[in-house]
Design a protein around this ligand. Structure first.
Ligand code: TRP
Length: 368
């Protein structure tokens, strides 16, 4: 297993990551506390898609005493958005709505330029705009959502970037991120820039409040170095809530834009979705007759994961689907057809809202 901000490979053992990264599991107690503010537990919490955190308890303690928090998340715009990217954003939207709080969203067109030799700035800037449309399409409110395009907004970030960079040594950066002698110096410096949106709220409003970051767990190294220096600069340590990766449609591994055949992109047409789903890896058997007799294995099935992560909100119905699969009552064809329909509908709506987002996108751009 490899899990770094730039590479995720192999079968991810999330319990091991909690230990290796030194994060905390999301306990029943903490979930109950969250539920008090959100009414019911969001599907992604209930199913442990978000499974780990740092300082969520501290953020809630402060909240109870009247100090709000802001949300912060982001995206490295290296290509089109797939539905795996939407998973933590959907949860972020839920948090924004329930806690009525600001979201800072960073599009790291600079990072993606630095880490990939084969890509130019125009390309990552183009994807930053395209990816922002997907975020807006999910329904974030413009009054409370502040998108940062790094290469356009560096003037706003620069003083804080310097404050952060000055306090992180090369030795810390190298051991946290695994930099080599051949790593370009832009990349070595770059982690300072991902830290800045944790602190930007104070610069814009004068309010010192903690940031809570909902994101996949691969981003954790950034937060480790940021947490080390936050208090020296007079800020709260940023808190995190970490999620799992949505699996791709192949046998194992996360959904990844570099494997388009096993990824569902937000701009895919219904025909393409159907084709990809049809070719997906399932827990099915060689023949229908055999599967009717011995049943299939939903635990290894990529299709079942889509019901689990996104498309079957109802616990009882999810359990029923699992039962029918395991005993051979329902075959893969039926399950694939259902998921292709659900995905098709979801994407049709998303694509409409994404088109509309072109008219409003400027309202989301962070202001000076
Ligand atoms: N480094 C992230 C990526 O490559 C992008 C990012 C910037 C981000 N700030 C973030 C992701 C905050 C999650 C939370 O995808």
């Amino acid at each position: 297993m490899v899990v770094t901000p730039w590479e995720v490979k192999g079968k991810v053992d999330y319990q091991r990551l909690i230990k290796e990264f030194g994060t905390q599991p999301l306990t029943e107690d903490l979930l109950k506390r969250l539920e008090r503010y959100t009414g019911s537990l969001h599907l992604q919490l209930d199913r442990q898609i978000f499974f780990s955190h740092r300082d969520l308890d501290a953020v809630l303690d402060l909240y109870e005493k009247g100090t709000k928090f802001v949300l912060y998340t982001g995206r490295g715009p290296s290509g089109p958005v797939h539905i795996g990217h939407l998973v933590p954003w959907i949860f972020t939207l839920h948090m924004q709505q329930k806690f009525n709080t600001r979201l800072y969203f960073q599009l790291t067109d600079d990072e993606k330029f630095l880490i990939d030799d084969s890509v130019d700035l125009k390309t990552t800037q183009h994807w930053a705009y395209e990816n922002a449309l997907d975020l807006v399409a999910l329904g974030f409110k413009p009054e409370d959502t502040f998108i940062i395009y790094d290469t356009q907004d560096m003037d706003l970030l620069y003083d804080l970037t310097l404050e952060v960079a000055k306090r992180i040594t090369y030795s810390t950066a190298r051991s946290t991120f695994g930099f080599q002698d051949s790593t370009n110096i832009g990349w070595v410096y770059w982690p300072a820039i991902q830290a800045v949106p944790c602190f930007i709220h104070k610069k814009l409003t004068g309010e010192n409040v903690p940031a809570l970051i909902p994101a996949a767990i691969d981003q954790d190294p950034y937060w480790r170095v940021t947490r080390d220096i936050a208090q020296k600069l007079g800020y709260y340590k940023p808190a995190q809530i970490h999620c799992r990766f949505l699996p791709g449609l192949g046998a194992g591994g996360k959904m990844s834009a570099s494997m388009p055949e096993t990824s569902i992109f937000t701009k895919d047409s219904p025909e393409i979705v159907k084709k990809k789903i049809w070719n997906a890896f399932t827990g099915g058997k060689g023949t229908a007759a055999e599967q009717r007799k011995t049943g299939a294995d939903p635990t290894i099935c990529s299709i079942f994961q889509y019901y689990f992560f996104l498309f079957e909100q109802d616990k009882t119905k999810l359990a029923e689907r699992e039962r029918r699969c395991k005993c051979g009552e329902m075959l893969c064809g039926e399950c694939k057809k259902d998921v292709a329909e659900k995905l098709g509908k979801f994407l049709e709506e998303h694509q409409k809202r994404r088109e509309k987002a072109k008219d409003t996108i400027e309202q989301y751009h962070i202001k000076r």
